[in-house]
Design a protein around this ligand. Structure first.
Ligand SMILES: Cc1ncc(COP(=O)(O)O)c(C=O)c1O
Length: 370
């Protein structure tokens, strides 16, 4: 079996976790602020507010933007479901806009076309670690007076025109589930340069506790979205090694791209001049005359992990029940029906990549529609 994904945690993370366990301060101790400071320094923002998951971070960012019933939030249908669900948590309505067929990120023209008098915010996603057209999106948002919350869950360390994702003036949410470039087991973080927003987020994640820090004084409705110090310890080790982890992932991706060069019937991950993808997954797109599900069944029968990445959000049962149907976002639907993720992690051996590529070649040959 060649696994789809696998976290890269080592001795340093073990040592830091042990430090926390021995300290007796398993939550609300010094490891969370240490992790936050390291992460903020890495990205280049004034603040980073650690939370229990990427989804929790998105929810709090939506809450802090005061979005609610009657408000529309534009996001990508080609994403993980949390990018849209974060609006629903606050009673706001996710509104989808179609994606660019090359980058798989939101198409700014489609965003513009989706704006109504009720639109209050945009949640652009940096899908598969490829930065979206954030400057175009910020321009649209400024013209219409909209908030922007970046879903950077898959994009730690990605560069847009030389700038780190998360440094464009919007709150940005990163996620650390074990399939991500770096992990804390479960966890997420919100980056911002805004002092007041950071303080507000810190209160919201900690049961709405007062800004004075008094333990049993609650000023507002909040949640328990805290990250534990045990998880933060893993995060500290991961940020210390992030440069090396991202470089290794890029090398594994480059190896795939070389091995796949001569393989007919597929398209490789997009390259955007001037931008740098942070390699979250390695996703290929099969040609129109190839049955993607047939390819996946073939690979799985050979013990090769793969997944359809990603199913369209608006066609999930939750969103169908809200009235969404096929045919509304044709680019997303076509991409979604033809993409799959191949095994991808830092310790994937070249020999295994050769096995994957050989199997993929055979799978495509066996899955051509006649
Ligand atoms: C694009 C995107 N948004 C949001 C999330 C949610 O993060 P989490 O699983 O940590 O809640 C994820 C990851 O799962 C994601 O890939």
């Amino acid at each position: 079996m060649i696994a789809l994904s696998r976290p890269d945690v080592g001795r340093r993370e073990e040592q830091l976790v042990l430090e926390v366990l021995r300290s007796g301060m398993l939550s609300l101790g010094p490891m969370v602020p240490r992790f936050e400071e390291l992460f903020a320094t890495y990205v280049g923002t004034r603040h980073a507010v650690a939370v229990s998951s990427g989804t929790a971070g998105l929810h709090l960012a939506v809450r802090a933007a005061r979005l609610g019933p009657g408000d529309e939030v534009i996001t990508s249908p080609f994403s993980f479901v949390a990018s849209a669900n974060c609006a629903l948590y606050e009673g706001a309505e996710p509104v989808f806009a179609d994606i660019d067929p090359h980058t798989f990120n939101l198409d700014p023209r489609a965003i513009e076309a989706a704006i109504t008098p009720r639109t209050r915010a945009i949640v652009p996603v940096h899908i598969f670690g490829l930065p979206c057209a954030i400057e175009a999106i910020n321009t649209i948002a400024a013209r219409h007076g909209l908030a922007v919350i970046e879903d950077a869950a898959e994009a730690v360390g990605a560069l847009r025109r030389g700038r780190q994702v998360g440094t464009d003036g919007n709150p940005a949410v990163f996620a650390f589930y074990p399939n991500k470039q770096m992990t804390t087991g479960e966890g997420g973080i919100v980056t911002t340069d805004d002092d007041a927003l950071a303080a507000h987020l810190r209160s919201l994640r900690n049961q709405g506790r007062s800004d004075t820090g008094d333990w049993l004084t609650h000023d507002r409705l909040g949640w328990n979205y805290r990250l534990s110090d045990v998880a933060a310890a893993i995060g500290v080790g991961q940020v210390e090694r992030l440069g090396e982890i991202l470089a290794t992932r890029a090398a594994v991706a480059a190896r795939y791209s070389t091995l796949l060069e001569g393989v007919a019937g597929i398209g490789l991950p997009a390259v955007v001049d001037g931008d740098e993808r942070s390699w979250f997954v390695y996703v290929v797109r099969v040609d129109e005359d190839v049955d993607r599900d047939g390819v996946m069944a073939f690979l799985q029968a050979r013990g090769i992990g793969c997944k359809p990445y990603l199913p369209a959000v608006h066609l999930q049962e939750l969103y169908r029940a809200r009235g969404h149907r096929e045919g509304t976002f044709p680019v997303c639907e076509a991409v979604s029906a033809s993409t799959l993720a191949l095994p991808f992690h830092t310790r994937l051996a070249e020999a295994d990549q050769v096995v994957v590529v050989d199997a993929l070649r055979d799978a495509i040959g066996a899955s051509r529609r006649r």
